[in-house]
Design a protein around this ligand. Structure first.
Ligand SMILES: Cc1cc2nc3c(=O)[nH]c(=O)nc-3n(C[C@H](O)[C@H](O)[C@H](O)COP(=O)(O)O)c2cc1C
Length: 172
């Protein structure tokens, strides 16, 4: 796909077909995620790839019952590492690590779209339960549960907005 089609054609997908997603594909998507910029190139982010149906079901419960987390064949939990960023950047590192993780999440979902896959960035979840389920080291903060699979729906694009609401030109 060309870049504009990926940007404009990507939708959050919450219904997936039964078709599996191969391991090579997942590895390639994670490679795309890692191309994202990161503060000081510290890459203060990690990825937990979950294909186990039982664990996906438990993650779905942790995401307040969001079904696409259970029904997607693959779920990637993106985590920030504020300790790593904080060592170099102090308090500012907290923010940088979240930004590192979010930048990777954007690249991940765009790469998925480019390969014809659907995905959904899922931010509504109970951090403590997700930490326990994945046995995360204490330094990691889960920032997104990304469900990934072959789409079984074609959502209509959400309404856009008048960009004058958001853009402020300060010209010389
Ligand atoms: C930070 C963040 C958190 C989100 N959390 C959820 C979520 O918990 N569940 C969900 O179904 N979608 C979630 N979304 C997806 C948004 O609902 C979606 O991006 C938005 O409605 C626009 O639709 P689109 O992605 O198809 O353009 C989240 C997106 C972002 C960026």
């Amino acid at each position: 796909m060309n870049f504009k089609d990926v940007l404009e054609g990507r939708r959050s997908i919450r219904r997936y077909s039964d078709r599996p997603v191969g391991r090579d594909m997942i590895v390639s998507l994670l490679g795309a995620a890692e191309t994202a910029p990161s503060a000081g190139n510290l890459r203060a982010r990690e990825y937990y790839v979950v294909t186990s149906p039982q664990l996906r079901l438990a993650l779905s419960a942790a995401a307040f019952g969001q079904e696409h987390v259970a029904t997607a064949p693959v779920v990637v939990v993106v985590c920030a590492d504020p300790v790593k960023s904080g060592r170099r950047y102090g308090d500012r590192g907290q923010l940088y690590s979240i930004q590192d993780a979010d930048a990777a999440t954007v690249c991940l979902i765009l790469a998925a779209c480019n390969r014809g896959l659907g995905s959904c960035w899922t931010g509504a979840f109970d951090d403590t339960i997700v930490r326990d389920l994945l046995d995360l080291p204490g330094r990691l903060v889960p920032t997104a549960i990304v469900s990934i699979g072959w789409p079984d729906e074609k959502p209509t694009p959400p309404p856009g907005r008048d960009m004058t609401e958001a853009v402020h030109w300060i010209e010389g």
